[in-house]
Design a binder for this molecule. Structure first.
Ligand code: UT7
Length: 353
């Protein structure tokens, strides 16, 4: 059976740099708090009304396609992972297809937040291994800054996230031992509301009891519904994502090592075999914790949250691309990808480059 290789990779981040001090102009926060708790020094914000999640993705995809040595007409399937799509529907997959001028190949949208890229990679891997597709374009892209609460009320969430996109072209390979060796996907509904954007959903009110409905800003859980925004929701900040940071943190530091261990076990490899770990960039403290548990030296872990913040579905392909461009991911290296985030969802992948 074929294996799947990453034939081309690219990333794009918006030009505008937003420092921690810039954010402190709008809310009660400071550079020291953000650096100490998250490692973030700055992030990129896209231009509202000019850029979208899809336009960021297009630039990353063009680089990945060129590096794969193909043209966009060779792409036979598109997978787009994002939690901040241009439209509620249709998904960004078709918008990317239109922007690139790719004819009527399938376009799949992935809704797995921080794990979206690994979920997409795993799906693509199955299609390639079975021989169904030969050039899958997989992209993770986010335009967070258009939907965050930049008042002090939202500081626990808004200082963390940044905008950007990363893309890969996936192809079959017959090279002995090379390509994606294994992928592992998990989810756990118990954390569904711990990191969520609830009020944009059209059915959220149906399962809430009265108390929860009030808590999340749905005044009438039994109403005829649809999407509705009330003044109460606006006043209460219920039109923004919410996160129970400490709860998410505790789960993340458990699940990252667990799912990496699972991938190593499945391939009969050991932590010492890993040449480069690319963790989803959620928090530098989380990455450092995982690094310590695995006993990896600094040069075997790639972190760039300092520059870009948490770019959710884009964070792994951006980090992987940077590591590749810096010559830190070389032919024959064992690369480990791992992510954890909203859902909760988490996953890992091992790739022999
Ligand atoms: O990628 C998706 C997965 N997401 C994650 O993995 C995120 C996981 N969680 C985290 O990274 C951390 O929990 C945070 C960085 C979000 C928060 O760090 P923390 O150490 O858990 O802080 P905290 O939420 O417990 O807040 C500590 C204090 C609070 O004040 P009091 O109650 O102690 O007076 C907050 O109100 O810090 C305050 N605070 C802030 N202060 C300045 C919260 N946000 C800020 C802020 N600036 N931006």
């Amino acid at each position: 059976m074929n294996r799947t290789k990453i034939a081309g990779i690219g990333f794009h981040v918006p030009e505008r740099v937003v420092t921690n001090d810039d954010l402190a102009q709008h809310m009660d926060t400071n550079d020291q708090w953000i650096r100490e708790r998250t490692g973030i020094e700055e992030r990129r914000f896209a231009k509202k009304h000019e850029e979208t999640t899809t336009t960021l993705a297009v630039k990353a995809c063009e680089i990945a396609i060129e590096r794969a040595g193909i043209t966009k007409d060779d792409v036979d399937f598109i997978i787009f992972a994002t939690l901040s799509p241009d439209y509620y529907f249709p998904g960004c997959g078709v918008l990317l297809q239109r922007a690139l001028g790719i004819k009527d190949v399938g376009a799949l949208d992935i809704r797995n937040q921080c794990s979206g890229f690994i979920y997409g990679l795993s799906v693509a891997d199955q299609f390639i291994k079975t021989g169904m597709y030969k050039n899958i374009l997989l992209v993770g892209a986010e335009f967070h800054s258009c939907g965050l609460d930049f008042t002090t009320r939202g500081r626990g969430v808004s200082v963390i996230f940044g905008d950007g996109a990363g893309a890969v072209v996936l192809q079959p390979t017959q090279e002995e031992g090379k390509g994606i060796l294994t992928t592992h996907l998990h989810s756990d509904w118990t954390g569904a509301e711990q990191l969520a954007y609830i009020n944009q959903g059209c059915h959220g009110g149906h399962w809430l009891d009265e108390e929860k409905a009030a808590q999340y800003g749905y005044p009438d859980a039994d109403g005829l519904g649809g999407i509705f925004i009330t003044q109460e929701m606006l006043d209460g900040g219920h039109t923004y994502p919410n996160m129970n940071g400490k709860h998410v943190f505790k789960f993340a530091v458990t699940k990252f090592p667990e799912v990496i261990g699972e991938a190593l076990f499945a391939t009969n490899l050991d932590t010492t075999d890993i040449d480069m770990l690319i963790p989803h960039q959620a928090n530098l403290r989380i990455s450092q914790f995982v690094q310590k548990i695995l006993g990896l030296p600094d040069e075997k872990v790639w972190n760039n949250i300092q520059k870009y913040g948490n770019t959710t579905a884009a964070s792994i392909p951006i980090a992987l691309c940077e590591a590749f461009e810096a010559g830190k991911v070389k032919d024959g290296d064992l690369v480990c990808l791992a992510a954890f985030g909203s859902g909760f969802t988490w996953g890992s992948a091992l790739i022999r480059w």
